[in-house]
Design a protein around this ligand. Sequence first.
Ligand SMILES: NC(=O)c1ccc[n+]([C@@H]2O[C@H](COP(=O)([O-])OP(=O)(O)OC[C@H]3O[C@@H](n4cnc5c(N)ncnc54)[C@H](OP(=O)(O)O)[C@@H]3O)[C@@H](O)[C@H]2O)c1
Length: 300
Amino acid sequence: MWTANDMPEQSGKTALVTGANSGIGFETAMALYRAGAHVILAGRNIERVENAVDRILSSNGEGKLDSVVFSLSSLSEVKTAAEMISSKISKLDILVNNAGVMTPPAGKTEDGFELQFGINFLAHFALTARLFPLLRKASGSRVVTVSSGAHKFAGSVDLNNVRTEKDYDAGREYAISKLADLQFMVGLQQRLEKAGLDVLSVGAHPGVTASDLSRHMTKADYNAALEQLGELMPAWQGALPSLYAATAKNVTGGGYYGPDGERELKGYPAPAVISKPAKDPALINKLWKFAEEATGTLLF
Ligand SMILES: NC(=O)c1ccc[n+]([C@@H]2O[C@H](COP(=O)([O-])OP(=O)(O)OC[C@H]3O[C@@H](n4cnc5c(N)ncnc54)[C@H](OP(=O)(O)O)[C@@H]3O)[C@@H](O)[C@H]2O)c1
């Protein structure tokens, strides 16, 4: 049973966590800080981010804290934030692509993409690309992408519907965004290996964890889900797979980690199952090309 107490010492390391003001991202950021890392909390709302900084500072930590405020709903904000971060730090050891939104009402990002695809996947693709020079400057750096068991409900990413050209199905678009996250994680690792670079791409998912993610669910749907799933894990436990992926010594590039219990819903970090489409090289290449063009970024 791996817990945050098993994390190696993180002093000297710099980590950036998106969606760090709440839920799993908050707990991930706090644990890294407590282990001695310099943690940069990323969030979209200045008050919520400042509140998270205060809560983490009042914990018993040894690290250093900074924050950056930008919305993943805007690729130009991602660009500006990455430039600002790059002007302030000389290397990045850990990037946790954690922020996410689930089943919001139909809507689009500033750049016209369906919200979940745009925020959960596309903006993180762009952020990783823009921070990649910093990741290369750290030795053995890691990019952790937070996906979900829901990725298994999607067979492929319909690139003809990423701007909601067809119809909007909130649950389907969430599953697709999480499949895209995993395809990105796997594709990144393949490219890193091919280029022989000292960076690992690793995936994680938090099973079923109590957080603000359910904010767009109706009370009836939420209660029905609880009846099926039982009690949800607390956020500190949901953060363990991300922390494991970010810090554990025996993690492998392209590895995917989630809770070890039945159906990967609850428990402690262990290897998790990646669906076939998430590993399909043709689907990954198609998504990759699309994402490079859509974001105007090239990873390497
Ligand atoms: N909880 C679960 O059971 C579960 C299961 C599977 C996967 N996940 C994944 O775990 C990750 C973390 O979710 P969580 O459960 O911790 O939910 P959460 O408490 O709702 O946290 C989501 C975070 O993402 C941020 N965010 C949302 N939209 C953003 C935007 N446009 N720009 C910047 N930040 C934005 C939120 O900021 P605000 O607070 O400002 O909205 C918040 O900090 C997500 O990727 C989610 O898909 C969670």
